[in-house]
Write a protein that binds this ligand. Structure first.
Ligand code: IDP
Ligand code: MG
Length: 170
């Protein structure tokens, strides 16, 4: 089945300069990147992303972690991978949630760690099923940021202010 899935390179993966290594590991899936951007993650976005874990004892640390509070740069790289069985293939390369238990050749097994305060710094996020992928992709991306039509869209007419370049390109 053709699927799309959300992948986030979390702040630890970016702070450790692992983007190239992570993308290289994903090339073996032969999936296609159909969207990609760098994001400063707000508290509300982090809380919405992980809302199903909000009763866990590690929730507040997890929100700080995703926002980059424990790393020098507050940023996350968000991507959509697309292709045959994308969700399972990406999860396979990603590895288990606990980096100590993850397959050592997986991304989390190779690069993840558990901090002394118990945060699983597991380098990346990957959607775990179709429903989660749809919710997460729609949370992190607008339709125009994705180069394929993965979910139905509708035209809207809204009036709002936006920031633009002060001068034209030369
Ligand atoms: P997943 O990322 O493999 O889908 P989830 O259960 O959805 O795992 O958990 C989301 C994130 O919450 C994990 O990636 C990890 O960063 C963190 N997390 C999950 N379980 C624990 C835990 O027991 N201790 C600390 N952090 C955890
Ligand atoms: Mg999950």
């Amino acid at each position: 089945m053709i699927q799309q899935t959300l992948v986030l390179i979390k702040p630890d993966g970016l702070a450790k300069s692992l983007t190239g290594n992570i993308l290289a590991k994903f090339t073996e899936t032969r999936l296609e990147i159909v969207a990609c951007k760098m994001i400063r993650v707000s508290e509300s976005l982090a809380q919405e992303h992980y809302k199903f874990l909000n009763d866990k004892p590690f929730f507040s640390e997890l929100i700080k972690y995703l926002q980059g509070e424990f790393h020098s740069r507050k940023k996350v790289m968000a991507m959509v991978y697309w292709g045959e069985d994308a969700i399972g293939k990406v999860r396979q390369v990603c590895g288990a949630t606990n980096p100590e238990e993850a397959d050592p050749v997986s991304i989390r097994g190779s690069y993840g760690r558990i901090t002394t305060s118990g945060v699983y710094e597991n380098v990346i996020h990957a959607s775990s099923d179709d429903k989660e992928a749809e919710r997460e992709i729609k949370l992190w991306f607008e339709p125009h940021e994705i180069i394929i039509d993965c979910y139905p869209t509708k035209a809207t007419r809204e009036v709002f202010e936006r920031i633009t370049w002060e001068t034209a390109s030369v």
